[in-house]
Design a protein around this ligand. Structure first.
Ligand SMILES: C[S@@+](CC[C@H](N)C(=O)[O-])C[C@H]1O[C@@H](n2cnc3c(N)ncnc32)[C@H](O)[C@@H]1O
Length: 299
């Protein structure tokens, strides 16, 4: 029996019944069509229309962005126009060339990455884990003058023009950036590789402002099929020696937190000044995509 109280026999019986019903229907010349149910709303098809309602909707996002970003960077320009930025994000997001981005960032990440870049105006953006290139495309739109590097060990899925960024088919740690302007550089890790190791690599190369996607604490590791174990959130909690076993979509996953893992987490932690999980803008709005996107600032 599993946690939901279902026995394997019950699930098997339901499966058999479904097959039986399908075969009876098909024998009578009909077809069973299963329409996929959209998991989230899209701001392309679900959005406010009347002006006052649109203002309410946009000002919610502007308020959350202002609260989060200016608490992280109190020196944020007083004159920064949050409403303009939110409006510009929605224009970008609804017109982007990707209708869906399975396997990559959704609404929540896109919102924060866009607003963050609009405020911080980084000159250098480094992305580790490009996939189809949706987030690289977003960076290019919001930061047209930035130098952008996109690293992926497999660039076969890329769907954006090569001119979007310097795309490099390797791990980021084999690249020499030379001296960087720490205050104007942003590093986005979305590659599902050991996040504590990534913190140490970033520190060694002089980067200060890091964003990690898929950074759950240990209690929510079951969300990840391929966690960047140990994640930064795991290091920021009070980790202990532990054998970790869980199911991810029916598949058994196992990790171990041993003395070596604890030492690595300790090493990463000492470089971290700020660890801030961005407020969830995906769930309330229905646009989805929440995945523990986190800002990590190094000392
Ligand atoms: C979740 S996807 C990236 C999604 C993308 N940033 C987006 O939001 O649309 C993860 C990507 O990381 C890549 N990856 C795996 N190992 C990597 C490594 N060592 N360095 C860089 N990328 C890696 C995978 O090939 C995959 O394309």
């Amino acid at each position: 029996m599993n946690r939901s109280g279902h026995t394997k026999t019950k699930v098997g019986t339901i499966g058999l019944l479904k097959k039986l019903v399908k075969s009876v229907i098909e024998r009578h010349g009909y077809r069973v069509i299963r329409y996929p149910v959209a998991r989230f709303h899209s701001p392309r098809t679900s959005y406010p229309i009347s002006p006052k309602l649109t203002e309410r909707h946009d000002s919610y996002f502007a308020r959350v962005a202002k609260r989060e970003i200016s608490s992280l960077w109190p020196q944020t320009d007083e004159a920064f126009d949050w409403s303009r930025s939110v409006e510009s994000f929605f224009r970008y997001y609804t017109g982007r060339p990707f209708v869906e981005n399975t396997g990559g960032s959704g609404f929540h990440n896109s919102f924060w990455l866009y607003l963050l870049c609009d405020v911080l105006k980084p000159q250098l953006i480094v992305e580790s884990g490009v996939w189809r290139g949706q987030t690289t495309h977003l960076f290019r739109q919001v930061a047209p003058d930035a130098e952008i590097f996109g690293f992926d060990i497999d660039l076969a899925h890329l769907e954006v023009p090569p001119s979007t960024a310097h795309f490099i088919e390797s791990d980021w740690n084999s690249f020499d950036f030379g001296a960087i302007d720490q205050e104007r550089s942003l590093l986005f890790f979305d590659c599902h590789i050991n996040q504590c190791r990534r913190v140490i690599e970033a520190h060694e190369r002089g980067f200060k402002t890091l964003v990690f996607d898929d950074n759950p604490p240990l209690e929510f590791i079951h969300r990840e099929g391929l966690p960047g174990f140990p994640t930064v959130a795991m290091a920021m909690a009070a980790p202990e020696r532990e054998d970790i076993e869980y199911l991810f979509q029916g598949q058994k996953k196992e990790y171990v937190c041993n003395d070596q893992t604890l030492a690595l987490m300790e090493d990463a932690r000492k470089h971290i000044k700020t660890h801030h999980e961005f407020a969830d803008v995906g769930t309330k709005s229905g646009y989805g995509g929440y995945s523990f996107l986190t800002l990590v600032e190094l000392v």
